[in-house]
Design a protein around this ligand. Structure first.
Ligand code: KIV
Ligand code: ZN
Length: 430
């Protein structure tokens, strides 16, 4: 049982979506080592890649895109190292990406020799602007490309029966393409791979270009086309160009998608890939286990910051430095009252704190800070917590005015120690 309340959903009579709430975790795919890595100022070296991989395994990812092995020697070597050093746990499947080009597909399959199980991710552009401007291809030419490249992959992988092979096919910029063209490309990939074989159809918002409901409608339409075909997994791969990657993923799940690709803390090309931490913890606070362990979020964040050499912003919804910190006096007062009223085992009902920081290994210590925006609640809370000082209400009001005057002079935030020193000075305690 979860300590978080599942909020009642309004089920509209004419709603066509299967669910009004996310009720179970999707299959997660971390692409930190591929889409995330390709967007780094300084891509990860082997040591950092290994640290990232081990951490992703520890968090609980069962599918991990580990790179683009045909793109460079380091990418190739990393995949070889994972396989040869037997670093891939039995319940984890690695995925590698390749454009739909024969020499790159051949090199990709070479990198995977000896893997017990592998997802080969082939993508090509299907959206009009890429067809017309970038590649100068007609729709039938696009379909020929998909057919020939998946057939090429099939021949190579059939010759290595020791590995369990899964195809992932991505029609690039699905969200900008005509639905019938995307569907035709997906059906072409399925037919070339062999009807009835496991396949992941990964539908990206390569560049996020609509409100999330439009993307969700597109996903719902695709999901309907594959109804009754359990070998087809519908996956989404949102980016965050409009700042709505999380909402796109959540609405796509409501629309029936089975799988979500993204990166930790939203690293990735331009504005980033979908932030898996957000989607997973949003689920968690609605009482749905995400199947990923973020119980020591600070350690994960530190490791990701080291591997990516990029900071996680202070306002990141679950992991930022400031997200369990309340500056406003009225917020501090409300939190103080709710903590006092709370019993062990109660449902989490805390004003201004959507999640119990303890669940992520964060503490309450930093919840109350006192600065010029704070009121008496925060001041008395800190003195009581740190120095066991319980002030009667009139003294709280009087002392908060003393603190306010001191702050007007310094303009800085006050710690519990600062407050105690002011208190000692004001009331001449020894
Ligand atoms: O964003 C994208 O379209 C991609 C594809 C390769 C899936 O990263
Ligand atoms: Zn991408």
């Amino acid at each position: 049982a979860s300590k978080y309340r599942a909020f009642p959903a309004v089920q509209l009579q004419d709603r066509t979506w299967p669910d009004a709430q996310i009720t179970q975790a999707p299959i997660w795919l971390s692409t930190d080592l591929r889409d995330g890595n390709q967007a780094l100022i300084e891509p990860m070296d082997l040591a950092r890649k290994l640290r990232m991989f081990d951490m992703l395994v520890k968090i609980g990812f069962k599918e991990i895109e580990v790179g683009f092995p045909a793109s460079s020697q380091i990418e190739f070597d990393f995949v070889r190292q994972l396989i040869e050093e037997k670093r891939i746990p039995a319940d984890v499947t690695i995925q590698v990406m390749t454009p739909a080009r024969p020499e790159l597909i051949t090199r990709t399959v070479e990198a995977l020799q000896g893997a017990p199980r592998a997802i080969v991710h082939i993508y090509n552009a299907v959206a009009p602007v890429w067809r017309k401007v970038v590649f100068g291809m007609s729709v039938p030419e696009v379909m020929d490309l998909v057919q020939s490249q998946v057939t090429h992959l099939k021949a190579l992988t059939d010759a290595q029966p020791g590995t369990e092979w899964i195809l992932q096919y991505s029609p690039e910029t699905f969200s900008l393409a005509e639905l019938d063209v995307s569907l035709q490309a997906c059906e072409t990939a399925i037919a070339a791979w062999g009807a009835g074989r496991d396949i992941i159809l990964n539908l990206p918002t390569t560049v996020e270009n609509t409100t999330p409901n439009v993307f969700a409608d597109q996903i719902e339409w695709m999901v309907r086309q594959f109804k009754g075909r359990p070998e087809v997994v519908v996956s989404v791969h949102p980016h965050n160009d409009r700042g709505t990657g999380t909402a796109s993923a959540e609405m796509a799940l409501l629309a029936g998608a089975h799988r979500v690709e993204g990166c930790l803390f939203g690293n990735g090309e331009r504005t980033g890939n979908l932030d898996i931490v957000n989607v997973a913890l949003n689920m968690y606070v609605q009482g749905v286990s995400p199947g990923l362990d973020f119980s020591d979020i600070d350690a994960i964040r530190a490791e990701v910051e080291h591997c990516n050499q990029l900071p996680v912003p202070a306002r990141h919804p679950y992991a930022g430095d400031l997200v369990y910190t309340s500056f406003s006096g009225s917020h501090q007062d409300a939190i103080k009252k709710a903590f006092a009223a709370r019993n062990e085992g109660d449902v989490w009902e805390m004003p201004y704190l959507p999640i119990d920081p303890k669940d992520l290994g964060r503490s309450y210590e930093a919840v109350i800070r006192v600065n010029s925006q704070s009121g008496k609640g925060g001041i008395s809370y800190l003195l009581e917590e740190e120095y066991g000082l319980t002030m009667p209400r009139r003294l709280q009001i009087e002392f908060s005015q003393v603190v306010q005057r001191a702050m007007d002079v310094t303009g800085t935030e006050f710690t519990a120690k600062d407050l105690w020193q002011i208190f000692e000075r004001e009331y001449q305690l020894d």
